[in-house]
Ligand binder design. Sequence first.
Ligand code: WQD
Length: 349
Amino acid sequence: MTILVTGGAGFIGSHTCVELLNAGYEIIVLDNFSNSSPKSLERVKELTNKNFKIYNLDILEKFNVEKVFEENDITAVIHFAGLKAVGESVEIPIHYYYNNITGTLNLIDIMRKYKIFKIVFSSSATVYGMPKQVPISENSPLSAMNPYGRTKLMIEEILNDVYTSNNNWSIALLRYFNPIGAHESGRIGENPNGIPNNLMPFITQVAIGKLNELKVFGNDYSTSDGTGVRDYIHVVDLAKGHLKALEKVINFNGVEAYNLGTGQGYSVLEMIDAFEKVSGRKVPYSIASRRPGDIGECFADPTKAEKELGWKAEKGIKEMCIDSWKWQSQNPNGFLDKESIVDYANALA
Ligand code: WQD
């Protein structure tokens, strides 16, 4: 059974490829490497001792993407490819709508043509906007707050309409909460371009001395210590959730959304404390003003995924911090070449 993984070189994509290969699936990866490195796929091959085809393609290249379907006997698609920086989406919304929406329309139109109706879509908890209450369940109101989140919400609507038009489709919409951590080997992990937007890669770059201090965006939320609370989930748990969703779409028709979170929230200060304990590194921080668009508290009710997919997150915050730190300390410059690391070491000396 061959699974096409779009965006398979990315943070969640690469970890999902490891789990797919270890579970015995054949995979094909399609990625334009605009926000990822081919190195991550080399390491996926190293970790699994498996080989697979890689197409260096953009989902906007519809003609070339169709060739992938011509050349391969694809059973289902796991669709990660897309732009995902909230702040950037506010600055360049047209690029985000064009890339994420048109790219996905290309993909599902080709799937329709080749009668491949099974897809797992990488959505996000950002589709819940400002949640009225927590924990958040799948039937909580949907209202994205930024162009990135709106692309995810629109694609969910498009996929619902596609199912209504043809009940042969089998669609899982996976709403991720906050993925962090890394494969236990430390060989693959989160590799953001430039200054990280997200909390954990920022913390780990402070811990290795690449960044000076963490700015904590607000300590006046109505949470236990005033700082933002999120549902952090280990990326390997998240990857395993994709395999369960794949099993589901292979065996059912319909369209279903699932929250992939732990159901447990942690504040920014709790994350700093947990990370310092496992890494033995101090993470200097200062309190800054709230980040526009941020919400105070967000964590999942993950019971639907547990009931219908037989999936539940297993790794706790300590393991998430240990694995994040192992990846970052072993790869100070992510997937960049050794030379760059030597330059970096010299720069630090
Ligand atoms: C977590 C907490 C910040 C950085 C985003 C996207 C979401 C998904 C995950 C794609 C918040 C605080 C952060 C920093 C801080 N991405 N923080 N200082 O915003 O919950 O979710 O990433 O699907 O769509 O919205 O994650 O890691 O940016 O922030 O204080 O330098 O850490 O205020 O409370 P977020 P995050």
